[in-house]
Ligand binder design. Structure first.
Ligand code: GTP
Length: 516
């Protein structure tokens, strides 16, 4: 296929603005899928995606389209829409030259629209704004056009107004892809250079990599080398992507609670695996304090992913925590509450503007650990679902961090080791203990729940024992028998305590995590 007749593009949108519906229409229009079959949202293929109606994993499809006497190959790279999955979005964008930025004609620009736009803009991609759902009664495409001019500095007349649901004006989207997005720059005579933007594993066929070709050609039988691992592979098959052949099995670390629940469900459904949930953590850094330590770790700065390996204060000059630039878009009436929420999360305000008469866009620098767990849920609940949120990477900042352990009857709970900001240690520790107390079933013995920093207990709760009355059946009578029974009960308690035989139900962890 001549390179100048190829277009690589993605659709980016705030959640529910209609990305998957538009993708389906494009697949239908180009004959990639059959219109008559019940093919609703072909790209949303994983079982959990269908159940929850959200896209988790990027899928890709190749479309052929005839325009003005020429046949074009349009590679549509699908991206997830939910805030928890922004890593996958940027990965997909690196394989594109342009994007369709879909905005709901009723809801207008939302936080993810902004974050996705800037990801595309920074990657120097052509951006085609598409105002969707113009069929809705409350649609106000003119207002949205003005927001797009104000926030993105894109002339309003560049917006394409469509209804993906009804198919209205969708053909002009395909034409804009051809006219406004440049073909990739591939120098076929150069040695092969390609980016793997996604990969799957097939039991029978091996690794299937989705690649964006930057230089050269790739053919069956070629030996290729991974620039990162230096491993060599042989190419068994080369093809373009047809959505029906795709299945996906990749596991990337969790960002938010939704991410965690979705992947938990995927592991259980697709792999029949039982899952241990641990506190979501962010990668902290520790700057080592002595030449000896630097030699030992072979680095000045070490990245700590597992909280259990967090180095002691005596070994470091400072700890660093990852920060993100967050965007919140909200109806004005919730601004006060949202500012208070952001401040409680140690966030620093960077900007605040009105994007139209009653909508405010706030920018805050957040410590990542303050938002990974439940920030999004809190924001949604205090704004009755109207505020939207997204974030992008903003490097690291120094922070006073401490490692906090949770003990049940003196036993460490591996799942609940957390790194917390010093100022918040007491309240977080107290919270975890209280929540655990509420979610642990009572057992035959008392359970002491402690939050501990170093050797200092900062919070404690107790789950009372069931008092099983072993004497109930001894009517008066034999004192030695009574003593025997009491002794056995104490031994039973001791034994259980000693081996830490405390059953912690899995949902107890999710309940605990939601409160931090
Ligand atoms: P994620 O997969 O979660 O990122 O969402 P999405 O952006 O892919 O949205 P999706 O295509 O699933 O659409 C969300 C909802 O909007 C669905 O109920 C669609 O039927 C509806 N929808 C999409 N396009 C239109 C449209 O043009 N008009 C109307 N009225 N509804 C639409």
């Amino acid at each position: 296929f001549p390179v100048e007749d190829i277009r690589n593009f993605s659709i980016i949108a705030h959640v529910d603005h209609g990305k998957s519906t538009l993708a389906d229409r494009l697949l239908e229009l180009t004959g990639t899928i059959d219109k008559t079959k019940n093919n609703k949202q072909v790209l949303d293929k994983l079982q959990v995606e269908r159940e929850r109606g959200i896209t988790v994993k990027a899928q890709t499809a190749s479309l052929f389209y005839n325009f003005e006497g020429k046949r074009y190959l349009l590679n549509l790279i699908d991206t997830p829409g939910h805030v928890d999955f922004s890593y996958e979005v940027s990965r997909s964008l690196s394989a594109c030259q342009g994007v369709l930025l879909v905005v709901d004609a009723n809801e207008g620009i939302q936080a993810q629209t902004v974050a996705n736009f800037f990801l595309a803009f920074e990657a120097q991609l052509s951006v085609i704004p598409v105002i969707n759902k113009i069929d809705l009664k409350n649609a106000d495409p003119k207002r949205v056009e003005k927001q797009i001019e104000k926030v993105f500095d894109i002339p309003g007349d560049e917006c394409i107004k469509i209804s993906a649901k009804l198919g209205t004006n969708v053909e002009s989207v395909l034409q804009a892809v051809i006219e406004r997005i440049p073909p990739p720059k591939v120098y076929r005579k150069n040695p092969l250079r390609a980016l793997v933007f996604d990969s799957t594993f097939d039991q029978y066929r091996g690794v299937i990599a989705n690649i964006a070709l930057f230089d050269g050609v790739v053919s069956k039988g070629d030996k290729i080398v991974s620039a990162h691992t230096k491993k060599t592979y042989e190419v068994n098959e080369v093809g373009i992507l047809n959505p029906n052949e795709q299945s996906t099995h990749k596991l990337l670390g969790f960002l938010g609670l939704l991410h965690m629940e979705v992947f938990n469900q995927r592991l259980e459904q697709e792999y029949n695996a039982s899952v241990i949930l641990t506190t979501p953590t962010v990668p902290y850094k520790a700057v080592l304090s002595s030449a000896k330590l630097i030699k030992e770790y072979k680095e000045k700065e070490i990245t700590v992913i597992n909280p259990a390996q967090f180095p002691d204060k005596s070994k470091v000059t400072e700890y660093l925590e990852p920060v993100v630039l967050g965007t919140v878009i909200t109806p004005d009436e919730y601004t006060g509450k949202i500012i208070a929420l952001c401040q409680a999360r140690r966030a620093v305000q960077k900007n605040m503007i009105f994007i139209d008469q009653n909508r405010v866009m706030l920018k805050y620098l957040f410590p990542l650990n303050e938002i990974v767990v439940d920030f999004y849920d809190s924001l949604k609940s205090l704004s009755s679902g109207y505020a939207s949120f997204d974030y992008e990477d903003a490097g690291y900042q120094a922070a006073e961090l401490v490692k906090m352990d949770i003990l049940l009857n003196g036993n460490f709970v591996e799942e609940l080791v957390t790194i917390v900001h010093k100022e918040k240690a007491y309240s977080v520790g107290k919270n975890i203990c209280e929540r655990l107390k509420d979610s642990l079933p009572r057992q035959l013995f008392e359970i002491a729940i402690q939050a501990v920093i170093g050797s200092k207990v900062i919070a404690r709760e107790t789950v009372k024992a069931y008092r099983k009355n072993v004497l109930a059946k001894c009517y008066g009578g034999d004192i030695t028998r009574k003593m025997k029974l009491l002794k056995r009960q104490t031994e039973g308690k001791k034994k259980l305590r000693k081996i830490g035989n405390i059953e912690v139900p899995k949902d107890a962890f999710i309940k605990v995590l939601k409160t931090q």
